[in-house]
Every structure is written in structure tokens, then in C-alpha cells.
Design a protein around this ligand. Structure first.
Ligand code: DCS
Length: 497
């Protein structure tokens, strides 16, 4: 008898899982893009402007030259034997590639590595963390991953599913689960809700305070924690995203101290998503890693289990497609670490180009290196341009009636609030859509601009938002702003109460 696989008999956890960053609006945008190709002139715009996803190079951001030179040489070491490379590659990229290859067994980027990643690269990353924080880091605490997403998956797998021999799609469909809670900020990047849903855990929300620039208030976290506990949920961990996605805030240092003390007092693991650590656009805020905050408080390994995530997808490097990242885990007992290692080894290893890039972003060229001046110019140019783009979009949103927008202090997004007229809310209801999804769909159909409705990230009930990236190339920003304004004013006039 043939096996019957139908939506009705799939694992309900898979059906529950949502990921709006590539959801309905984006699928519709892709359809419209095809229509523009097959029937040019059939829509009121001539291109789709993707402001939905933090994928900088897809919108024209150039990769950092030094990083790509090293990658190219590592992947094709034959080049290192050729004299011509001296005129094509910088001296420090050549020496870095040689140094990296020497640390790879067999000098082969096509070979599996140690399950945690190549030891020499982890040493480099640990040294980078040490110099960033002023506190020591250890290569044994680093797990290199294919971007930050699997790192989180890996961890959640460990704590919720108790080691589910990792995780083929079909296994995912079949595994039933437990009831353990994770505190997650709302609004949040939907990797967290999706992953918790997939593994069948309980998402315990805490709300960021929009009126204080998306501040994280310990009093609210505590209230939510107690509420969840009173319902019998065993809350295991607190997720903090700093700088924030989708909200763009950078936590104040004092606030970070309070968060760390809270986690220690409540016996929570701190999951610190720090993938936007290089994306800061204001002078009055700095990135401080939670590792540094924990150590500055004098806390040792035994005081607080901490997982910190970094990725090559973000920052000024934006190497999303290379799938590199790491998690640094501290404060876990040896037997637990063994289990985390076991799960990592089921995946064999992360891809080697991503591993190399992770080591490069944590140890870029230094003053005195041949590439330093060009590297710095590329990096500063990208960050300065992102800062200008964030400011222009924020100002433009704030000039519109019915929109208020907090400052993008960091990350790659603005998350403006929409005050929609009742008639628009009713029209959305009639169309069976959340009001912000209705707005985003209309925006797409009139302008080609793709944003993600706030409902995809979670928001205070009864409020409506959308997330707009700051990533379109700078010369496109004025057109985006003017198209947006025309749409918004027409929409508000159409549904005026
Ligand atoms: N953590 C946060 C806060 C993110 O925003 C992302 C990606 C990730 C982790 C995972 O990234 P990688 O797996 O590529 O390292 N951000 C998505 C987003 O909101 N837009 O683009 C992707």
C-alpha cells in the first residue's frame, strides 16, 4: 500500500510554524516580478523594491575585497603558486590564505572539518572576541555554524527535544514534543517563534516598550515569567536580540547589566543574538557583548549559562549566502557540552567558506596591513551609507500622518507604527487579513515596495506596524520615499473615517 502523505497528517508543529520575512507578501511580490518580465508595463511600477529581508548583497552591496580575496585563494590554492597573484591580490590576503590553509587538515576546503569547526579558525575567532571584549574567550566554546540560524536551532533542539537525532525533515514531521518555555521579545525576529513552534515548545512573550524606543523592561519580563510559571511552564531561557530585529534599538549598557542579573537570579539561560553587532548608526550607543557584561559583573562560568550568536550575514560584510556564523557557549557543564557537541556532530560540520569568513570578520585587516586602508574605506563607506539611509527613511515616515517611527539605532530595519482608520481595519477584516498585512499588500500592488507586516513579528494587540529594511541602494531611497508617500496619502484618504 502506498503511504499517504497529506497536509492533514503532517506534524502539526510544522503547520503551526510561520516565517513572515519570506511569507505571503513576498510570494505575491515574486509573482508580480514575473508579470513585469512577461508583460512589461502591465503594473503601475516597473520594478519590485525588496525592503523585506536583510540580504544586503541581493540589493547591490559589494562584498569586502579582502574577505573575498582570502576566500578565493583558500578555495583555489593553486593560485598561490603563481607569480601573477602578487599583482592581483594584496600581500596580506595571500599571507592570510596561507595561514588559514596551514590550519586546515589536508589544506582542503572540500573536506569535512571537526564538528565544531576548524580549530585554527576557532582560535582566531576566540582571539577576536577577546580583543573585542577585553575578557578571554576559548576556542573550545566556539561552534561554527551555517549562519546563526542553525546555532539557535541546535540549542533549542538540545533543551526542548532532549537530543532528537538531528533533524531531517521527515523526522521533524514525526517528532512529538514537550512543554518548555522560552522568553522571546515581542516584536521578534520570527526565527525564534518558528523554531519554538517547530519543536513544540512554549513561546513566552515579553513586550518591548515602543514609547521608550523599544526598551526592554525587566518589570515586564518578570511579570511574563511569573505568569508563565503560574501556568506550569518551565521557562528555560531568555532571548535578547541586540541590536534589535525588527525594532532597530541598541540596548543601553545599564539595561544589559539588569538583564544579566535577572537571568542569574531566575536561573535562566541567556540566548544573546548579537548578529548586528557591527550595525550601529548613532554616536550615543555602543555595542557591548553580553559576554563582556557578564564578565564585567564578575560572574564566572558557574553563574550564568550564556550563548552568544554571531553571523557573517550582517554587519558591513552582509555575506548571507556564504552561510557562516558561530555560537559561543559558556557556563554549561561538561556533560551538557558533550550533548551539544553530539548534536553538532550529527550535522558533520558547517561549510568551510562560511567558517573561513567567520574567522575573517572577527579578525579583519589591522593598521599596518597592506589591505587596511581599502578595507577601512569599504567598511566605513557601507556603515555611513546605511546610517544615511536609515535617517532618510525614518524622517520620511515620521512626516506622514498616521505613521510614527522610532530611530534605527542599529540593525537593518525600521519598524514604524501605523494608525489606521477604522474603515481600513474593517476593509482588512472583510478581506480576511490583519490590517497591517492588508496595508502591506496594497502598498506592494500600488508601488512595488515589499515590506513585512508587523503581525509577522508580533506586536502589542491592537497596534499595527510594518518592517522596512534600510538596504535598498542609496540612490533608490528618494524614489522609495516619494512612491511611499503617494501611496500612504491615497490609502489614508480612501479609508478616511
Ligand atoms: N538573528 C537575527 C536577529 C537575524 O535577523 C537573522 C537573519 C538571523 C539571526 C539569522 O541569520 P543567518 O542565519 O543568516 O546568520 N535575519 C533575517 C531577517 O530578518 N532578514 O533577513 C534574514
Amino acid at each position: 500500500m502506498a503511504a499517504t502523505v497529506a497536509v492533514e497528517n503532517l506534524n502539526p508543529k510544522v503547520l503551526k510554524c510561520e516565517y513572515a520575512v519570506r511569507g505571503e507578501i513576498v510570494i505575491h511580490a515574486q509573482r508580480l516580478q514575473q508579470q513585469l518580465q512577461t508583460q512589461p508595463g502591465s503594473l503601475p511600477f516597473d520594478e519590485i523594491l525588496y525592503c523585506n529581508i536583510g540580504n544586503p548583497q541581493s540589493l547591490g552591496q559589494q562584498p569586502v575585497t579582502f574577505f573575498r580575496e582570502v576566500l578565493a585563494l583558500c578555495d583555489h590554492p593553486y593560485l598561490l603558486q603563481r607569480d601573477e597573484i602578487k599583482s592581483l591580490f594584496s600581500a596580506d590576503s595571500i599571507s592570510r590564505a596561507k595561514q588559514i590553509l596551514a590550519s586546515i587538515p589536508g589544506k582542503a576546503t572540500g573536506a569535512y572539518s571537526h564538528s565544531q569547526g576548524i580549530k585554527g579558525l576557532r582560535d582566531t575567532i576566540a582571539a577576536g572576541i577577546t580583543s573585542r571584549d577585553g575578557f578571554p574567550a576559548n576556542a573550545d566554546d566556539i561552534f561554527l555554524t551555517d549562519g546563526a540560524s542553525p546555532g539557535y536551532e541546535l540549542y533549542i533542539s538540545c533543551i526542548i527535544l532532549l537530543f532528537p537525532c538531528q533533524v531531517h525533515l521527515m523526522m521533524q514531521l514525526l517528532i512529538r514534543n514537550e512543554k518548555d518555555g522560552i522568553l522571546v521579545p515581542i516584536p521578534q525576529y520570527p526565527l525564534y517563534s518558528a523554531s519554538i513552534a517547530l519543536h513544540g515548545g512554549a513561546l513566552v512573550p515579553y513586550y518591548l516598550n515602543e514609547s521608550t524606543g523599544w526598551g526592554l523592561e525587566i518589570s515586564d519580563v518578570k511579570k511574563q515569567l511569573e505568569d508563565a510559571r503560574s501556568k506550569g511552564i518551565d521557562v528555560r531561557a531568555l532571548v535578547v536580540i541586540n541590536p534589535g530585529n525588527p525594532t532597530g534599538q541598541v540596548l543601553a549598557e545599564e539595561n544589559q547589566y539588569d538583564i544579566v542579573k535577572f537571568c542569574k537570579n531566575e536561573g535562566l539561560v541567556l540566548l544573546a543574538d548579537e548578529v548586528y553587532q557591527e550595525n550601529i548608526y548613532v554616536d550615543n550607543k555602543k555595542f557591548h557583548s553580553f559576554k563582556k557584561i557578564v564578565r564585567s559583573l564578575g560572574y564566572g562560568e558557574e553563574d550564568l549559562p550564556l550563548v552568544s550568536y554571531q553571523s557573517v550575514s550582517k554587519g558591513y560584510y552582509g555575506e548571507c549566502g556564504k552561510r557562516g556564523g558561530y555560537m559561543e557557549i559558556t557556563g554549561f557543564s561538561a556533560p551538557v557540552r558533550e550533548q551539544i557537541y553530539k548534536i553538532a556532530s550529527v550535522n558533520l560540520c558547517s561549510n568551510i567558506s562560511g567558517q573561513i569568513l567567520a574567522s575573517l570578520v572577527m579578525n579583519p585587516p589591522k593598521a599596518g596591513d597592506e589591505s587596511f586602508a581599502s578595507y577601512k574605506a569599504e567598511k566605513d563607506g557601507i556603515i555611513a551609507s546605511l546610517t544615511r539611509r536609515a535617517k532618510s527613511l525614518e524622517d520620511a515616515f515620521n512626516k506622514l500622518d498616521g505613521i510614527t517611527c522610532n530611530e534605527a539605532e542599529g540593525a537593518m530595519y525600521l519598524f514604524p507604527q501605523l494608525s489606521l482608520p477604522q474603515k481600513a481595519i474593517q476593509a482588512a477584516k472583510a478581506a480576511n487579513k490583519a490590517p497591517d498585512a492588508f496595508y502591506a499588500l496594497r502598498l506592494l500592488e500600488s508601488t512595488g515596495i515589499v515590506v513585512v507586516p508587523g503581525s509577522g513579528f508580533g506586536q502589542v494587540p491592537g497596534t499595527w506596524h510594518f518592517r522596512c529594511t534600510i538596504l535598498p541602494q542609496e540612490e533608490k531611497i528618494p524614489a522609495i520615499i516619494s512612491r511611499f508617500k503617494v501611496f500612504h496619502e491615497a490609502f489614508m484618504a480612501e479609508y478616511h473615517d
